[in-house]
Design a protein around this ligand. Structure first.
Ligand SMILES: Cc1cn([C@H]2C[C@H](O)[C@@H](COP(=O)(O)OP(=O)(O)O[C@H]3O[C@@H](C)C(=O)[C@@H](O)[C@H]3O)O2)c(=O)[nH]c1=O
Length: 183
């Protein structure tokens, strides 16, 4: 597996390294030994998927506040997405910066997102499926978010946004002085 550090410290793009033969290939997509060797979290307690019907849809930007903060490993198993994170760690040199990557069913890249980040994506095709490994149980009372178009962050989404949930449309402007990370 290949681990490419993202600009925002602690996040990685993880790529499988296929062993190819005439039948196709075999590749590891997750390995506790390789994750632990880089100090990455391995104790995932949920594997979840979402399906998104229309190109241009945005989901996010989501996080769970401590003590239910989550590490996520995100991959796109059908179609393509622009996957984005925002650093919400007050003590980080990249506090409030964002970074995005294209994850597609073809490139099989995984985005390792540590605690302290908001996460969201935009579908770049119709009929998208996204898969998540998540390190904490869903805790609705700790579920929080910031607006995908918060001017404080300025995420540049590749497409105009044509579908977003009521919840995600109504996150309040992010209050940087009240950022919940570190706990
Ligand atoms: C996230 C989540 C949602 N749900 C329920 C709550 C709700 O009724 C329904 C849909 O939830 P949402 O609208 O939050 O789904 P969605 O907007 O797809 O939420 C996801 O967005 C992306 C960006 C992430 O990073 C994920 O971790 C997750 O927060 O599913 C769970 O039961 N368990 C979960 O872990």
């Amino acid at each position: 597996m290949l681990f490419q550090p993202a600009l925002l410290e602690g996040a990685f793009i993880v790529e499988p390294e296929p062993f190819r033969d005439e039948r196709g290939f075999f590749a590891r997509t997750f390995c506790t030994r390789e994750f632990e060797a880089r100090g990455l979290v391995c104790n995932f307690v949920q594997h979840s998927i979402s399906s998104t019907v229309r190109k241009g849809t945005v989901r996010g930007m989501h996080f769970q506040t401590p003590p239910h903060a989550e590490v996520k490993v995100v991959t796109c198993t059908r179609g393509a997405i622009f996957d984005a994170i925002v650093d919400l760690r007050r003590t980080s040199p990249t506090f409030l910066e964002w970074q995005g990557f294209e994850l597609t069913a073809e490139n099989r890249k995984r985005f390792y997102i540590p605690e302290g980040f908001a996460h969201g994506f935009q579908s770049l095709t119709d009929d998208v499926e996204v898969s998540y490994l998540i390190s904490a149980f869903y805790a609705p009372e700790s579920a929080s978010g910031i607006r995908h178009d918060d001017p404080l962050i300025g995420i540049e989404w590749p497409l105009s946004v044509n579908s977003i949930s009521e919840k995600d449309r109504n996150w309040p402007p992010f209050n940087a002085s009240a950022a919940p990370f570190p706990a």
